[in-house]
Design a protein around this ligand. Structure first.
Ligand code: DON
Length: 578
């Protein structure tokens, strides 16, 4: 079969085929002998479809749907619901997310199913009487939640692009919730760590609580969640936003001084938005528009470094790190000032993406010393962790692709499991700027553009992205990581395009991050060699070592048309493909 493929690609070059056959007979492995260069399929490359997600169980569910003839959107819906069961720290019914879609035909679209502030929310709802921010209130308990968007989002995506029956896409999640699944060592540790939080916010108990400690391999059963999923299976979005599940959610709000009402739920709508599209060299970047800051920031970052010889400098060389950090500093200053929900605030999209503007922002940095963030403000425009989210990337046999990032915000969201309905609620309200200049849980600051208002969506960093090269699918990429999402996606793209890494190498590569404020370069251990650290320190960069940055799940389409996956080794992430 392998030889057949090669002949198809190169049927004119009989000599090479002959040489390959000889090599086979000589007992050499093809991958060792010719790599991907002659169009052969490496052992980690697939032709018919691929799912890369944070959980092997969810990836398997997606692959099952693809094999049944489902397209990438069908698989995405099934994976989304499966993650709500098997990856409850971020997979969700009670959160929201963004989808970027590219059909094999080249048609593109993006879906915004971000949570919204409830009608009763107010600009100062997280301030005390002296005007100080009480950040715990936007992080924990019922008041921390925005109106969930995930179920509406998946229903909308399925209605527009799905091929298989809705019920068939929810069924695998129901089975996993009803019959249970074996938890990983990481999950056992997290459940144990969160025992106190779960007890505090769920005094009547939840599936997450048991008397003894959780251990790897324990079977986790979620019968209430299975019932909720059955409602969704049978009634579509109404199974969540109306009826018994909505009643449970509103009752949960009342128990903990939350403010989401039945009207908020009924009125929630996911919105199709025109994706942000721009170029980096010969690549076309298709990414998420506001209320994500990710798409605009990613394009600003790519444009900022486009004219510099990154490839010559090499991955994580001091000049490359310095350039990337200086670009990030400036882009995040713009983010804080100009980005918010476009339905409420006029985001100066065109000006922010103007080439001349972006390049002018990079003119004032010096190779000799770090630009202090205190000297960097947003640009003048012409005219105007306990952290967890999850990303998954899917491609199908026909070449349709889906890039989804979805979240409860913090790990396990607000800690509140809706009584009787078994799902966790988000703490996404913390993504608003609760007070101008007060950092949120990711240290991000903001102002007017991202102030709280009823019905408004909080600014996000989630950056689901799809890239084309010469009009053809090239990459599907995204990651969790709060404020580090944008810079991790940026670096993963550079790792492939500039530093010639495979998809897996690009994902695994150690990362670093700067977000304007605080004025620090966060790096993973061993991201930079000690000489680079010394050189950067000498120029005034504050280097801070921290834990893992990002958890990228991505797919690359090779020039021979095979799908190559990159599943992040920082988590239990996994590739399923055929
Ligand atoms: O929308 C956002 O930007 C954040 N709520 C994402 C949170 C996140 O990525 C946490 N993950 N590690």
């Amino acid at each position: 079969m392998l030889t057949q493929r090669i002949i198809k690609k190169r049927n004119t070059n009989k000599h090479i085929v002959f040489a390959l056959i000889v090599a086979l007979f000589m007992g050499m492995t093809l991958s060792g002998c010719v790599g991907g260069q002659l169009g052969k399929q490496n052992s980690n490359e697939y032709r018919n479809g691929m799912v890369v997600s944070a959980s092997s169980l969810a990836s398997k569910v997606g692959l099952g749907i693809l094999k049944k003839g489902g397209n990438a959107v069908d698989a995405a819906v099934a994976v989304h619901f499966a993650l709500a069961v098997v990856y409850p720290n971020a997979g969700n019914l009670g959160g929201g997310g963004f989808m970027v879609y590219r059909a094999a035909s080249g048609e593109t679209n993006s879906l915004d199913y971000r949570e919204k502030a409830a009608a009763l929310s107010t600009r100062d709802m997280y301030l005390d009487s002296a005007g100080n921010a009480i950040t715990d209130k936007s992080l924990y308990g019922q008041l921390a939640s925005g109106v969930p968007g995930s179920v509406a989002g998946m229903a909308e995506a399925h209605q527009k692009y799905g091929k298989l029956k809705w019920a068939d896409l929810i069924e695998p999640a129901i089975e996993l919730a009803r019959n249970g699944f074996k938890i990983t060592a990481r999950q056992a540790r997290e459940f144990n760590e969160l025992k106190e939080t779960f007890t505090k916010f769920n005094p009547d108990g939840t599936a997450f609580l048991k008397t003894s400690d959780w251990v790897e391999g324990d079977v986790f059963l979620q019968p209430e969640l299975a019932n909720t999923l059955e409602q969704i299976r049978d009634k579509g979005r109404a199974g969540f936003y109306e009826g018994a599940v909505a009643d449970s959610l509103v009752a949960e709000m009342q128990r903990g001084k939350g403010i989401i009402s039945k009207e908020d739920l009924k009125n929630y709508k996911a919105v199709w938005r025109k994706p942000i599209i721009g170029n980096y060299k010969e690549y076309k970047i298709i990414t998420m528009p506001p209320p994500s800051s990710g798409g605009i920031a990613l394009l600003q970052l790519l444009k900022s470094v486009e004219d510099f010889p990154l490839k010559r400098w090499g991955l994580n060389a001091d000049s490359a790190v310095q350039l990337v950090v200086e670009a990030e500093r400036r882009v995040y200053a713009d983010r804080a000032a100009y980005l918010g929900d476009p339905d409420f605030y006029k985001v100066p999209e065109q000006q922010l993406l103007d080439n001349v503007y972006i390049k002018s922002r990079m003119r004032n940095f010096s190779w000799n010393k770090a630009t202090p963030s205190s000297e960097v403000k947003e640009g003048k425009l012409n005219g105007a962790e306990h952290e967890e989210t999850t990303h998954f990337s899917i491609v199908d046999r026909d070449g349709n692709s889906v890039s989804i990032t979805t979240t409860l915000n913090g790990s396990y969201g607000s800690g509140v499991v809706v009584k009787g309905a078994g799902f966790l609620l988000n703490n996404e309200m913390d993504d608003f700027s609760v007070k101008p200049g007060t950092p949120n849980m990711y240290g991000l600051v903001g102002g007017e553009a991202n102030a709280i208002a009823p019905g408004k969506r909080m600014l996000s960093s989630m950056t689901p992205t799809i890239i084309e090269k010469n009009g053809k699918l090239f990459m599907v990429v995204g990651t969790p990581g709060g404020s580090t999402i944008i810079t991790s996606v940026f670096q993963t793209i550079l790792n492939v395009i500039e530093f010639d890494k495979s998809m897996q190498q690009a994902v695994s590569a150690k990362k670093f991050h700067h977000q304007w404020l605080p004025d620090e370069v966060y790096t993973e251990e061993n991201a930079l060699d000690s000489l680079t650290v010394l050189k950067l320190k000498a120029k005034g960069y504050n280097i801070m070592f921290r834990g893992p940055i990002g958890r990228v799940d991505a797919i690359l389409k090779t020039k021979w048309g095979y799908y190559q996956g990159g599943a992040d080794p920082r988590g239990d992430d996994s590739i399923a493909a055929w």
